[in-house]
Design a protein around this ligand. Structure first.
Ligand code: SAM
Length: 251
């Protein structure tokens, strides 16, 4: 049986205030195995080395726990907290969030059905509860009453530039909820166009958390965007338009 050294993983998580149980570690290893297996016959991730997957996918996904609003909302424990991960791909950040924060009600959304099939296998094998992988485009799903303005949090990583992304994500968020965007250090270039789009869609940047992945020189940002007003009904525009004609203009 293969041995995986997870000591570093636990230490890196502690940097964010997260303490992983043995059961959670076991689920991450199983997830890594499935990722490697499926990656051999379909395109899921370019990162395959165990330690690299831990840092750049697992730890990176969990970095959201640094955001006070996320931590505070989760720790209330009184109500069900809903979260949608738009363009989840192989499940980042949604699956790591589910493994660690079991009480979250999670929807994983992706426009590529092959990836959704992979996610359904992960959900089944890891015996994850209150999480569903769905196939579709954000532009279509956000118009459906079961999804529009229904979520406490929308998260998204590596899907589009901020101007396009806000049109895909903000419509899902309840008034006073948050869209939290995982971005690289280059986010500043996207801010001005992104803010224009946010103004139209009812969101406002409340904070930008800049940090480095633990024990590395990899810089990341989390954009905390609060939904202050309902999104006008005409958004999102039809599938493909938010990318072709971003609301804040092209950068
Ligand atoms: N979030 C994952 C990560 O960080 O590894 C995946 C990133 S991958 C580069 C982008 C994913 O977004 C792809 O799986 C793609 O199918 C999905 N995607 C792109 N546009 C989308 C849309 N309009 N609606 C839903 N999913 C979309």
């Amino acid at each position: 049986m293969e041995y995986y050294n997870t000591k570093n993983f636990q230490e890196k998580c502690r940097n964010f205030g997260i303490c992983l149980s043995d059961e959670q570690i076991g689920k991450f290893i199983e997830y890594y195995k499935l990722l490697s297996e499926w990656n051999s016959f379909m395109n899921l991730t370019a990162i395959t080395d165990f330690d690299e997957v831990i840092l750049k996918h697992f730890v990176d996904s969990l970095a959201i726990y640094q955001a006070e609003i996320f931590q505070k909302t989760l720790n209330q424990k009184k109500i069900e907290i809903s979260l949608i991960d738009v363009g989840t791909g192989a499940g980042f950040p949604g699956i790591p969030l589910k493994i660690v924060f079991e009480d979250l009600q999670i929807i994983l959304l992706d426009s590529l059905n092959k990836r959704v099939n992979f996610l359904n296998t992960v959900i089944e094998r890891l015996e994850l509860k209150n999480i569903k992988a769905v196939h579709g485009r954000a532009e279509d799903f956000a118009r459906h009453e079961n999804h529009r303005e229904q979520y406490d949090f929308c998260v998204s990583r590596a899907v589009a530039n901020l101007s396009t992304l806000t049109e895909l994500c903000i419509p899902f968020v309840k008034k006073n909820g948050y869209f939290i965007s995982y971005k690289s250090e280059k986010v500043k270039e996207e801010l001005s166009a992104g803010e224009k789009a946010l103004d139209i869609l009812g969101g406002k940047i409340e904070d930008i958390l800049e940090y480095q992945l633990p024990d590395s020189d990899i810089s990341r940002s989390l954009l905390l965007i609060k939904k202050e007003k309902n999104t006008p009904k005409k958004y999102p525009r039809k599938a493909g338009t938010p990318a072709k004609e971003p609301l804040g203009g092209k950068i």
